[in-house]
Design a protein around this ligand. Sequence first.
Ligand code: 6R9
Length: 662
Amino acid sequence: MSSTTTQQGPQESRVFTPPAAFVAQATVAGMDAYNALCAEAAADYEGFWSRLAKENLVWQKPFTKVLNEDNAPFYKWFEDGHLNVSYNCLDRNLQNGNANKTAIIFEADDGKSVNVSYKELHEKVCKFANGLKSRGIKKGDRVIIYMSMSVEGVAAMQACARIGATHSVVFGGFSAKSLQERIIDAGAVAVITADEQLRGGKQLPLKAIVDEALALGGCDTIKDVIVYKRTGGNINFKEGRDLWLHELVANQSAECEPEWVDAEHPLFILYTSGSTGTPKGVQHSSGGYLLWAALTMKWSFDIKPDDVYWCTADIGWVTGHSYIAYGPTAVGATQVVFEGVPTFPNAGRFWDTIAKHKVSIFYTAPTAIRSLIKASDVDAKVHPKNYDLTSLRLLGTVGEPINPEAWMWYYTQVGGEKCPIVDTFWQTETGGHMITPLPGATPMVPGSCTLPLPGIMAAIVDEAGVDVPNGQGGILVVKRPWPSMIRTIWNNPDRFKSSYFPEELGGKMYLAGDGAIRNKDTGYFTITGRIDDVLNVSGHRMGTMEIESALVANPLVAEAAVVGKPDDTTGESICAFVVLKQARPTGEEAKKLALELRNWVAKEIGPIAKPKEIRFGDNLPKTRSGKIMRRLLRVLAKGEVITQDVSTLENPAILEQLKEAS
Ligand code: 6R9
């Protein structure tokens, strides 16, 4: 079991109650309201979800069945209902008076911004959707989206949804090889990309990486590469395959009849890291997924018509799906879509942008908060106190545990002690928030994600699936299916079952992959970190096995083991122990080879997977049966003394060698 680096715990005693002014206007106001919703779900689970699905979504054909458990764990929700996700996110807003409301404030890397109304977004999406149709792309086809943050990126997702194509967004920081693997696994028919992306003043390639991915081979299903012109940088164009987005949409109609799909129709596949093997294509539904994306906007973010909402995630991650592309539009919100990075032109960028657009709800990752705390310690000019942040009324975090110090800084320095903080625990697989304070109800404790949302039957069990008492740590599970849950792993239903509904736990509980503990008195949940071989670096999930496979694919490498190491800024960092085929390098040679291997991993997976540290050994610590003892490597990575029993170790002398960075 790995543990996280933060020192939050169920023993934290500070409690912050939501400000009265906030409670007075909140969607879920007070704990009685929260408890009433929980009681409603407990009394009639299907009735509860049925009511919410009718109230929050527009159905072209109403559903009559709520939950189908016949083929558990392949649950079905609202299965005979028909809807279209893009209709719910766009057309609905044109009909209810939001046509001229700003949907997106696009804040570009260079500080320029443009507003796009719901009417304009609708038009963009319809033209895009008609363009896709003109290329023969249809319902059920898979489309890869490899783009940076842009209005076009959101429009690409919505356009796929409009015609019933299943999108798979690949984060723009992934390598050609990662992109190729995803194209092949998804069997995609098209890639939507941009010429280049702009980040921190730099022009970085996107189209060139798509070319490289396709040249790696095996991508014969791809017929079209659609290119959005972002920078106008030089790119290669392959006749007959590549086409400009602006040319594709130029003569398209601004109306596109939505493709009505079953609630279970796959809206998207999003690849995420697991403990073993290649990344898993997490498949989400249309109806259940959208219900939760919309509803959590109202419950967790208390979204109101006048809010300016900003989620700093990238559309390449699930947070950018549920809380940029779909949730905010489904509730008719105005949101900032940000192209840049938090430190450009300086580390005051977030605060400056909040002031500029009068952001009222701000949602970011603990890793960003920690790096901005550091930056403002070094340079007082970028401290939030220098900016007018009075527009803020609610703050949120996601992606990893937040340590109480960072929470307190966020609360006092950014939120001016008047904004509730929602520490939202959830995963790619859960589709939306699972455990989080409700901002107008739940008393907050720094470092705790507090209580499950109404209808989410989260619990903590032991390895046999038996509930553990509060105060005792265990495995986080969800005991009942919920509408926005993962439906399957694309192409791999067996892996879906064994990863998330293991027989050891009876085959019916959803296994989150995280450890957790509940406070003895309050029952509040605190996430203690992944219990599998998944690392969380800056809120990005990385499988240790994936990085190990990348390392051993290098001709110089004989063997590699990767572990997480606590890191003040990124939460965890990647530490790799490597055995080369040649003699163990030292000094300058070790430095040179470490750099080479880091760049190799960037090429194989993407820069986010680069090990921060590489240590070379003649061997790795193994049991006599040949198993690498990762728990010892974790201790070594931390620089701590090994106190565990090493008697089962075949080669104890190796520990000395691996103690320090080469
Ligand atoms: C949304 C997202 C999921 C993993 C999850 C857990 C960690 C996310 C958290 C949190 C503590 C929070 N995680 N939110 N840990 N507190 N509020 O991040 O999805 O990329 O799939 O990562 O992130 O370990 O299992 P994803």
